[in-house]
Structures are given as C-alpha cells and as structure tokens.
Design a protein around this ligand. Structure first.
Ligand SMILES: NC(=O)c1ccc[n+]([C@@H]2O[C@H](COP(=O)([O-])OP(=O)(O)OC[C@H]3O[C@@H](n4cnc5c(N)ncnc54)[C@H](O)[C@@H]3O)[C@@H](O)[C@H]2O)c1
Length: 443
C-alpha cells in the first residue's frame, strides 16, 4: 500500500483569519452573510465540504471516517474577519439588499455585523470592466503606486482587526479578455511594467501582486488571467504564498464535469453539446460585454476538450460541436437557468439526447466554494505550501497547473486527488481504491 512520506507539519490555526475580498458583490456578500448566520446557529453550511464533508482514513473495514473539519487544523468560522474593496462604497447590509440573493428575514439578525463591513476604495480600470462605473476608486500615478496603496490597506486591516493571518479571494467582476505577453513572463519585467503603467496589467493583477508581496494566499474566483502568469507564480514562490484558480466551478460546468466523464467512461460518442444560460445579476450584465464574455467563454469551453480527449478517441469526440452562451436577462436576478442539450450516440451510431435544465442560484452555489477555498488556502500556507495548488482544482472551471501539464477536470478525480492530498498532508495512508487487500486471504 502506498504510504504518505511526510508527517504533518501544519502550524496551528491560532488567532483571527482576515478574509480580504476584491469585489464585494453577490458572491462576496452571500459568503459573508452565510458565515455570520452559521456562526449564530441560524443556518447550516450546506454546500461546504470543509464544514459538512467527511474523509475516509485507512481501510473500509476500519470505519475511520472523521469530519474533514475535525481531521484538519482548519481555521474556525468564529475566527474569520471579512474586509475588501469595491467601487460602490456601500456596506454589506445595503449590498445584500441590492443584490437580492438573500431574503430580508435572513439578513435582519445579522444586520449590525453586515453594516459594520464597508469596502475600501478599489483599484479599478473601466477598460477592464466596461459595463461598470466606479464611485470609489483609488488614484495614483502608476500601477506600482496603486499596488503600494493596496499593501497599506492590507497592513492597516490586519492591524485594526487583530488578524494573525490573511487570505485574499477575488470575487470581483470578470475582466475583459487578456492574452499573456512578455511582461507577464518574469517578475522583474512585470515590476518594471507596473512602474510604467503597462496596459496589459489588469486591476486583478495589481491586487494579486499586493497580496503575494505580503505573503498572502491568493484565490481567483473569476476566469481573469491574473495570477496564472509566470511573473506572479515566481513571486508566490519567493514569498511562500499559495495560489489557486481560476473561476469557481458551480453550476453548469460542475454538471458538465460529472456528465462528460460518465459518457467517456462508457465510450458513448458526443456529436454536440449546446449550453446556454439566462442570468440577470450584475455578473450577467458584465458578461454581456463581448470582451468579458470572451474570458468566461474560454474558461467554460476548455472543460470538454480535456475531458473527452478527442485526439485519443477521434471516432467518438473529434466532431463534437461545443457551444456556450450566456444571455443577460434581468428578471431572473441571481437565479440562473442553465440549459444543456447534449447530442450523443451509442452502439452502431444510434443517436440519443440528454437535456439538462438547471434552475440554480449562482451565489448560493458559489459562497460555500469560496468558504472552503479560504479555509484550505489558509491551511496550505500554514503547511508551508507555495505556488500553484493543483489539488484544489475541484473548485475551479479552469484549474491552473504547472506549464506543460494538462488540467484535470473530472469532478470525481478532482475530489479523490484533493482528499489524497489532505491525507498526505496529515501523514495518513493514501487511498488508491485498489481493493485487493479485502480479498487477499494470505493476510
Ligand atoms: N456565482 C457563481 O456561481 C460564479 C461562478 C464562477 C465565477 N463567478 C465569478 O465570480 C465573480 C463575482 O460574481 P458576482 O456574482 O458576485 O458578481 P457581482 O457583479 O455581483 O460582484 C462583482 C463585484 O466586483 C466589483 N468589482 C469589479 N471590478 C473591481 C475591482 N477592480 N476592484 C474591486 N471591485 C471590483 C463590482 O463592482 C461588483 O460589486 C465574477 O467574476 C463571476 O464571473 C461566479
């Protein structure tokens, strides 16, 4: 049996953990309001693996299946403190009402705590999010100077809130599409470009740079290029900071990464996969801009290509036509409806169809994902991990991986990988699902 080679060397989660959020809109406010409600015992953390999930240790016959939060030295929800940046300047109670995700009766008991959380002024560039206009944005002569202002905010927040540790999680809008170029390839070039106001440095990159300079884990909940560039990965390594991304995997893509592996497992062919959505929240409005949609589209399209591996199975998947659409439709607010029409074929080429109609709630799905990521990334930092945390690909549409590797998209493989990483970190035996040990009579 494979055994873990390391003994747990994770520093304990002592003191408060500050959660810094660039972009305090629907996802961020739902995360904050939910956490505050859970703390008061008003609701339960449905959707959160760290809070509700279990992990098997050892053989099936041992019946050792602790709760993940009891097995790992994760931060306690009581110790979480929230802060962040946005362009609207509104407190979190006001924003919860504006986004309309949660009902007023769920907000009233946590009204005062929500009112006390106000965003700091953002680093914003309308070229990168064209559908929004900033009311509260920082001004400085260079992008490097903006990064330094963010670092001042981070330090001031840490001090005033008495935090022992921080994590940054981007819940901001999807930025316009940005191609990687040579200034992204090296930290020194990137820093020079920050000083020279290079247009190919997006605001999200300035936040990531500030966080990583301070040795703070960075999580990217959007499909923005941000931290997935060699310059920022170098910085992450240098300052011992873990990074994870990109783009929370919550609704339609989560379903895709369950269904597509099942079809491939049974060698059923796919001739087409049409995914469309209607969505009426601010995210939907931002994605109505073709350049922001392009960033999202790329993230959503990659999944099938990797899962179906058309080069290995040309007969089954080479001709699969994949289309993704997001339509802004205000009446639905945060309640997205995602349709998938999947044209498949089976034995002797006979066609069949699968239809999925997922009436989901975007932020209700995303908030527990964000919570888990915050807690895991804080632990990763205490475990001495830095750079890309591929074991967290379970949570992302477009998981970042080391150059030269392809990402793993299959949700069930991602879960096994993550749980084995958790066992490994805690010095427990890895689980291979081989199973012969239960039938080997000589032992
Ligand atoms: N909800 C989901 O299921 C889901 C899934 C995957 C990814 N995402 C991504 O998560 C992000 C947040 O989604 P949301 O529904 O909360 O969107 P939202 O529009 O409600 O909130 C985003 C917030 O970011 C702010 N913002 C934009 N640029 C900023 C900047 N430079 N600095 C600070 N704030 C900035 C906006 O003002 C807004 O308040 C989006 O990028 C979305 O695509 C969401």
């Amino acid at each position: 049996m494979p055994t873990a080679k390391t003994k747990p060397k994770i520093k304990p989660a002592r003191g408060k953990l500050g959660v810094l959020i660039p972009g305090m809109g629907a996802v961020a406010t739902t995360l904050i309001a939910g956490t505050l409600s859970i703390r008061k015992g008003l609701t339960s953390p449905v959707g959160s693996l760290t809070q509700m999930g279990t992990i098997r240790l050892g053989k099936r016959t041992e019946e050792r299946i602790p709760k993940i939060r009891e097995f790992l030295p994760l931060a306690n929800l009581e110790d979480l403190v929230f802060g962040g940046w946005d362009i609207h300047g509104k407190d979190m109670y006001r924003m919860c009402l504006d986004t309309g995700v949660l009902r007023k009766k769920h907000l009233t008991p946590i009204r005062n705590e929500l009112k006390a959380i106000k965003p700091m002024d953002a680093v914003f560039d309308p070229e990168y999010v064209r559908r929004l206009t900033a009311k509260r944005a920082k001004k400085a002569p260079t992008k490097m100077a903006l990064a330094k202002l963010l670092i001042q905010d981070i330090r001031a927040f840490k001090k005033s809130e008495g935090c022992s540790r921080l994590v940054m999680i981007w819940c901001g809008s999807t930025e316009t599409y940005l191609e990687k170029n040579s200034i992204h390839d090296d930290l020194a070039l990137f820093e020079k470009a920050l000083k020279e106001n290079d247009p190919s440095i997006a605001p999200s990159m300035i936040y990531a740079y500030a966080a990583l300079r301070e040795g703070i884990p960075y999580i990217n909940g959007a499909p923005n290029l941000t931290e997935n560039i060699p310059a920022l990965i170098q910085l992450a390594k240098k300052t011992q900071s873990p990074v994870a991304g990109d783009d929370f995997k919550t609704g339609q893509t989560m379903m895709k990464t369950v269904i597509a592996p099942a079809l491939k497992a049974r060698m059923l062919g796919v001739s087409g996969w049409f995914s469309t959505n209607i969505l009426g929240n601010r995210d939907g409005e931002v994605l109505d801009d073709p350049d922001s949609f392009k960033t999202k589209e790329k993230s959503k399209l990659g999944v099938l290509e990797y899962i179906l591996q058309p080069k290995l199975y040309p007969e089954l998947y080479l001709k699969a036509y994949h289309k993704v659409r997001i339509n802004y439709y205000p009446p639905r607010g945060d309640n997205k409806e995602g349709w998938d029409n999947i044209d498949i074929f089976g034995w002797m080429g006979y066609p069949m169809q699968i239809k999925i109609d997922f009436l989901c709630r975007d932020s209700i799905l995303a908030a527990p994902v964000a919570l888990d990521l915050v807690l895991f990334m804080d632990m990763a930092k205490r475990a001495g991990k830095s750079g890309i945390q591929e074991w967290l690909s379970f949570y992302f549409k477009n998981p970042i991986v080391r150059e030269g590797l392809y990402p793993e998209h299959d949700l069930s493989i991602q879960l096994s990988k993550m749980k084995n990483n958790l066992r490994h970190m805690m010095g427990e035996e890895l689980i291979t699902h081989l199973g012969v040990e239960y039938y080997d009579n000589s032992k």
